[in-house]
Design a protein around this ligand. Structure first.
Ligand SMILES: [Zn+2]
Length: 208
C-alpha cells in the first residue's frame, strides 16, 4: 500500500517537471567521464550514484515546495531556489568530502554542484544567488521571456536582479504552466539531445 502511494507520488512529481533534471544527471555522467579520461578514475556505480546525487542535491527544495503546495513556481517565489541554491552552503560539505574521501571525490562533488548552478543560471527561471549572503542578486545569463510567460523580458546576455525585482518579475511574468510549456519548448529538446548524446557516450565508457 505504502509502495503504491510512494509510486503515485513520484509519478505526480515526474509530471510536475522533474524532467529538467535530466540534463543535471547528464552533466554528472559527463563529469565522471572527465574524471576517467583526465585522472584515470575508474567509473564505478558508487561514483556515478554519488555524482548524480550531488548534481541534483540543490533541487531538494523542489520536493519541499511540491510537498507543501502541490506545485512549484508559477507566479510565486516560495521554497524552490532558496537556501539549497546558495552555493556558499556547500563549501563546508565539499570540504568535509575532501577530508574524508580525498581530492577525487572533492572534484566530482564540487563540479557536479557547480554544473547544477551554472545550468540554473541559464535561459529559464530566476537565476542563482551566487554571492549570497554578500550579494543577494539573482544572476542569470541569456534570459528573455520564454514560452508561456507574459512577453516583456527582453534578451540580455547577463542580468543581476535584486530579490525585490525577482519577486515582482515572478508575479508579473511567472508562468503557472511552466512545466507543461517547458516540455514543448526548444529548450527541452536541446537539453534532451544533450542528455541522449551524453548517455550514449557514457555507456560506451562503462562496463558495470
Ligand atoms: Zn536547481
Amino acid at each position: 500500500m505504502l509502495i503504491c502511494e510512494i509510486t503515485r507520488w513520484f509519478i505526480k512529481l515526474y509530471k510536475k517537471g522533474v524532467m529538467r533534471m535530466f540534463l543535471d544527471i547528464g552533466l554528472a555522467l559527463l563529469i565522471c567521464m572527465g574524471a576517467n579520461s583526465f585522472l584515470g578514475v575508474e567509473i564505478t556505480l558508487k561514483i556515478v550514484i554519488w555524482a548524480v546525487i550531488f548534481s541534483l542535491l540543490p533541487d531538494f527544495d523542489f520536493l519541499i515546495e511540491f510537498a507543501i503546495h502541490k506545485s512549484v513556481g508559477g507566479r510565486f517565489m516560495r521554497q524552490h531556489r532558496k537556501i539549497t541554491h546558495y552555493p556558499i552552503i556547500y563549501i563546508p560539505i565539499v570540504f568535509m568530502i575532501w577530508i574524508v574521501w580525498g581530492k577525487v571525490w572533492l572534484l566530482v562533488a564540487g563540479l557536479c554542484l557547480l554544473a547544477h548552478f551554472v545550468h540554473d543560471s541559464m535561459i529559464m527561471g530566476w537565476g542563482v544567488q551566487w554571492g549570497w549572503p554578500v550579494s543577494k542578486r539573482h544572476i542569470i545569463f541569456f534570459r528573455q521571456s520564454v514560452l508561456g510567460e507574459t512577453l516583456g523580458i527582453p534578451f540580455k546576455f547577463f542580468r543581476a536582479w535584486s530579490p525585490k525585482k525577482v519577486e515582482w518579475l515572478v508575479s508579473e511574468y511567472g508562468d503557472p504552466s511552466w512545466v507543461k510549456n517547458y516540455f514543448i519548448s526548444p529548450i527541452f529538446f536541446i537539453e534532451m539531445i544533450f542528455f541522449i548524446l551524453i548517455i550514449t557516450k557514457f555507456f560506451d565508457c562503462v562496463n558495470f
